[in-house]
Design a binder for this molecule. Structure first.
Ligand SMILES: *Cc1c(COP(=O)(O)O)cnc(C)c1O
Length: 397
């Protein structure tokens, strides 16, 4: 069991703010500042280059990877951190494509995050081997899994609607026709229990700045099943994925196990921030977290539907079929969200008309949800959004 009243106290939340955007950028754990400061002063400052060995910087990507591995039930030693999620998608997909050389179809859905789709398109183009990216509606994916499928590439929770794919069933279905799977856990890692081993997943990737609270620009992670890793030829063959980086060979030889999915120099300061946030995550029971998240999203949906007839639920109504976010559709959703933010209820907007709210039990409780419902009800009921200042679209929405 996890005591969420206690975890809430471990975060710095701006005074008076109800922060419903931890699904996009997690808030700052109170311990992070001192942890990063220590890395700067005592490690970088005092140890300078010896920090790579003496402060363990070079081992961080796998050491921290194992702590994330517990949250997603990966085998120890099979998760590594580095780069951004878009890069990790590219690596995973390139390796997956190579495992099924005689097939050309990559299947994804129209709810996937555009960067995953763009990376797949770019990879297909540079491979030049005639692969086809097939993009179908989320609910149609299972009907397109057939004998020409090479790779099923999905984001488990739809960033816009919160719709949750059945990872276990779709993985089994894809594997039954001889395909491999790449799962993007951007909106699942830290949102709910994930069981990569139980799902027999092939590849998985995710990020640490959303639910995992490691800060803007924090590194992504990649998982490769133990049954595949020795057959993966890294498409991004950087020196730190080499078997012996400090031999400075002129020929690339992939490193042992998941180490080969490393590319270049790790982001040590961001990893220090991740280390501090994982100190919290190490104590969290994921089943308790999921139960608390469902209670919050159910409370929010009931309250908003009772108070705001102009908002239409865009997330699955069945909590077992959605992640840890709730989305409502509203034509003037951008302005409405700006009006909420101006009143310290912070969610975000996703084009064309989605108001998105994330629920992280580590720092959001039932009292916060009640306040948020009241504020949103005021914004909608009194048309407070209908103000030109809320209609100026900023660079980041
Ligand atoms: C947030 C997110 C990304 C972002 O990728 P970055 O390279 O970290 O900017 C990619 N894919 C999905 C599914 C996401 O939710």
């Amino acid at each position: 069991m996890t005591n969420f009243a206690a975890t809430k106290d471990l975060f710095h939340l701006p005074e008076g703010m109800i922060y419903l955007d931890g699904n996009s950028l997690g808030p700052l754990p109170k311990a992070t500042e001192a942890r990063v400061a220590r890395t700067i002063t005592a490690e970088w400052g005092e140890k300078v280059i010896t920090g790579w060995n003496r402060a363990g910087w070079m081992a961080q990507p796998t050491a921290l990877g194992d702590r994330i591995g517990r949250l997603i039930r990966a085998e120890p030693g099979h998760v590594v951190l580095g780069d951004t999620l878009s890069i990790k998608v590219y690596q995973a997909l390139a390796a997956a494509i190579d495992l099924v050389p005689d097939r050309k179809v990559i299947l994804t859905d129209s709810g996937n995050f555009p960067s995953d789709i763009y990376m797949a398109e770019g990879l297909i183009k540079s491979l030049g081997r005639g692969h086809e990216l097939r993009v179908v509606a989320p609910e149609d994916v299972e009907n397109h899994i057939n004998d020409d499928l090479a790779v099923l590439m999905l984001t488990q929770v739809d960033y816009r609607t919160g719709r949750l794919h059945d990872m276990k069933a779709l993985t089994a279905q894809a594997q039954a026709v001889g395909a491999v799977t790449c799962w993007d856990l951007a909106h699942t890692a830290g949102a709910m229990a994930v069981d990569l081993q139980g799902c027999n997943a092939d590849f998985a990737v995710g990020c640490t700045y959303k639910y995992l609270n490691a800060g803007p620009g924090a590194p992504a992670f990649i998982y490769v099943s133990p049954r595949h890793i020795d057959n993966c030829q890294p498409a991004l063959s950087g020196w730190l994925g080499h078997a012996a980086p400090f031999a400075f060979d002129l020929d690339y030889r992939p490193g042992t196990g998941i180490e080969r999915m490393r590319v270049g120099t790790p982001s040590v300061l961001q990893m220090a921030a991740l280390d501090a946030s994982l100190d919290i995550w190490d104590t969290v029971d994921m089943d308790t977290l999921r139960a608390a998240s469902i209670a919050l999203t159910e409370q929010f949906i009931a309250g908003i539907e009772a108070a705001c007839p102009h908002l239409t639920l865009a997330s699955p109504r069945n909590p077992q079929q959605r992640g840890s976010q709730v989305s409502f559709a509203f034509a003037d959703g951008y302005a409405a969200m700006q009006a909420c933010i101006a009143r310290n209820v912070v969610g975000d907007f996703r084009a064309p008309n989605i108001m998105r709210f994330g629920f992280c039990p580590l720092f959001i409780d039932a009292g916060d949800v009640d306040v948020a419902i009241d504020v949103i009800a005021d914004v909608m009921g009194q048309r407070l959004w209908d103000d030109p200042t809320y209609k100026q679209v900023a660079r980041v929405t």
